[in-house]
Design a protein around this ligand. Structure first.
Ligand code: UDP
Ligand code: MG
Length: 296
């Protein structure tokens, strides 16, 4: 029988874990005649009792696997560790907070049988998320697609099902600044969306404050596009036009000086973003450190 691993990154989700396991259990039963389903929780350095709860689950059921990180490495890295430690024929990735409905995994699997190697969840509407998050997310996916020569589906998180073929390619991509929802389409293969309404968090609070969102957005843009770097040429041309205008009208001079300085700093910032990423890669550090594994 084919196998399916459901990967769940976990950071301080003690109040969600009972619920997600019981809902994933239903999915598992639903698929039991067709798939051998396991859950693979990656505890990303939780500071609450998440790990103890997960460990207990793994002792009670051999199909609950747990990877325990040595510290918090971040959501994208946790998902990566799940993929790298799975050998299953199918892998599903889902958040622990039940914003992504687990039941959809069954639909994703059925859809994949029509010949798709990637079936991703596409968000129809975001309930109870702040207007700010909705607007920034909307803008971000559109800017990203404008900048990258890559079709990154809009309104899509990491909630998806992939086949082993896709997972094997992802395992060969060791980049440190990871943006999985961009890496998966980069791999290619046939993909299909399944639409769903994103629920509210079951409990707890988001771990993606503005700072984490900006970091992820930066990875999306700077890891997939050289356009910001190339834009510096256009900015310099623009500056040159300003210089000529300043020659003609002297009182523009002060403005032109400040403007020139800001454009130069912008260019330096773009260049710095790439150099920082080169530095990260050059260190060749492991992506994550596993303290212990259960049932793996
Ligand atoms: N998460 C993680 N490591 C982190 C932050 C988050 O493993 O450093 C997990 C978290 O437990 C959840 C998923 O990643 O399962 C998505 O996080 P969250 O729900 O906070 O993000 P949001 O849905 O608000 O974008
Ligand atoms: Mg969430």
């Amino acid at each position: 029988m084919n196998t399916l691993d459901i990967i769940v990154p976990v950071y301080n989700e003690e109040d969600c874990l009972d619920e997600i396991v019981s809902r994933l259990d239903k999915v598992r039963n639903n698929l039991s005649d067709r798939l051998d389903v396991s859950f693979l929780f990656v505890n990303d350095g939780s500071k609450d009792s998440s790990f103890d709860i997960l460990k207990r689950f793994s002792e009670e059921n051999s199909y609950v696997k747990v990877i325990n990180f040595s510290r918090n490495f971040g959501h994208q890295i946790a998902v990566t560790a799940g993929i790298e430690n799975s050998n299953a024929d199918y892998i599903a990735i889902i958040d622990a907070d039940l914003q992504d409905p687990p039941e959809l995994i069954v639909d994703m699997y059925n859809k994949s049988l029509e010949g798709f190697d990637i079936v991703y969840g596409k968000r129809k509407k975001r309930q109870n998320e702040t207007a700010f998050k909705k607007v920034t997310a909307f803008g971000f996916y559109r800017v990203l697609n404008g900048l990258c020569n890559l079709e990154i589906p809009a309104d899509t998180g990491d909630f998806r099902l992939i086949t082993k073929k896709v997972a094997d390619v992802l395992k060969s991509m060791p980049e440190h600044n990871r943006f999985i929802r961009g890496m998966v389409p980069w791999v290619g293969f046939k993909s299909a969306p399944i639409e769903f309404d994103r629920d509210e968090r079951f409990a707890g609070e988001t771990h993606y404050p503005l700072k984490a969102m900006l970091k992820l957005a930066g990875n999306g843009i700077f890891s997939f596009s050289l356009k910001p770097l190339q834009a510096i040429y256009y900015l310099s041309l623009f500056m040159f036009l300003f210089a000529i205008a300043a020659l003609i009208r002297l009182n523009m001079l002060t403005f032109a000086i400040f403007f020139a300085a800001s454009v130069q700093l912008l260019g330096l910032g773009f260049a710095g973003s790439y150099i920082g990423r080169i530095y990260d890669e050059a260190k060749h550090r492991p992506l994550y450190i596993i303290k212990d594994k259960y049932n793996i």
